[in-house]
Design a protein around this ligand. Structure first.
Ligand code: PAF
Length: 314
């Protein structure tokens, strides 16, 4: 099926980052009649054909307007929502560089893995509303511009700072992202997702295993210790988490994604920089600020950093 590029709407949305999730959301917005622009670091073309294969096996091709942020001269004054789908470690630099080009009323939605960039960005944002979110949707890139949707997990969004996202944009996002919820406050939800990533990502990357293997008895005490530390640090940060509910959630995700390799496993496998600093690293930073020791997380953080450093330095 080849859809028309002219799916215009009063909502001018830009997606920063054309990874698997950024492209998936581009197609999901197109399903709602919104032609989002894709902001990327490098692009030779102003338009690109993007292909998606959805969960029901249907393939669609759409044309996306590409804007190269490195060559941006004109302001992006017509954009009223910027959805940030970059890797966690790219968020602060990428958004800071764009801020002078955005209109004061452009709302920013951070939709990356882990936590941390929201704190660095919040002091830079004077007028912009900031919404935080997490998505457990699954998508893989078959080729740079063809994504396959692999799962329809939940997405949770909620206000963090400044003007709250306009009701029509909230409704649009709720209609766009499957199984999505508007959550106020949002931070407890982001901590719960952080806990899932803290329990699964470093262990699966260090032990070169699929998520499902972490259900084996030898990992139980480590996962338990990791989650206990999360609950303690979150509590010191004013976020109440229930250890047993968290553990159920982690083992449920392990079961639901048993044949998958975690994103951190894939990053290590492909010798890419990982998101450990926004996952375990964020927990350790918060722990340190409260004078709390998180020994099990600290040990995994160091192991993962050593692993990563070997290939990043090579
Ligand atoms: O980062 C990931 O891979 C995912 O967030 C999760 C939930 C751990 C499943 O693989």
């Amino acid at each position: 099926m080849h859809l028309s590029p002219e799916q215009t709407t009063a909502n001018n949305i830009a997606i920063l980052g054309a990874g698997a999730i950024g492209q998936l959301i581009f197609h999901q917005l197109a399903d709602q009649g919104v032609a989002a622009k894709l902001l990327v670091r490098r692009s030779e073309n102003t338009e690109k054909k993007l292909t998606i294969t959805t969960l029901d096996g249907q393939t669609s091709i759409r044309t996306a307007q590409m804007i190269c942020v490195d060559k941006l001269v004109q302001p992006l004054s017509d954009i009223n929502l910027l959805i940030v789908c970059t890797k966690a470690y790219q968020v602060v630099d990428a958004v800071s560089a764009l801020l002078p080009k955005l209109a004061d009323d452009c709302h920013i939605l951070l939709l990356h893995n882990g936590l941390g960039p929201h704190i660095a960005l919040s002091s830079q944002l004077k007028h912009h509303g900031l919404t935080l979110g997490t998505t457990s949707q699954g998508a893989l890139k078959n080729t740079p511009w063809h994504v396959t949707q692999t799962g329809a997990g939940i997405s949770q969004l909620g206000p963090f700072q400044g003007p709250v996202l306009a009701p029509d944009l909230q409704a649009l996002l709720r209609g766009t992202l499957p199984n999505s919820q508007w959550c106020d406050p949002i931070l407890p939800m982001l901590w719960e997702k952080l806990a899932v990533n803290i329990a699964i990502n470093p262990l699966s990357a260090i032990h070169h295993c699929r998520n499902g293997q972490l259900a084996e008895p030898q990992y139980k005490s480590t996962i338990d210790a990791l989650l206990k530390e999360v609950v303690t640090v979150a509590q010191a940060d004013g976020i109440a988490l229930d250890k047993s509910a968290l553990s159920d959630r982690v083992f449920n995700v392990i079961a639901l994604t048993q044949t998958n390799y975690s994103s951190m496993h894939q990053d290590v496998h492909h010798q890419r920089k990982t998101e450990i600093d926004a996952i375990t690293g964020y927990l350790l930073t918060r722990a340190e600020s409260h004078g709390i020791t998180a020994a099990t997380n600290q040990a995994l953080y160091e192991q993962l950093k050593q692993l990563e450093q070997k290939y990043l330095d090579a």
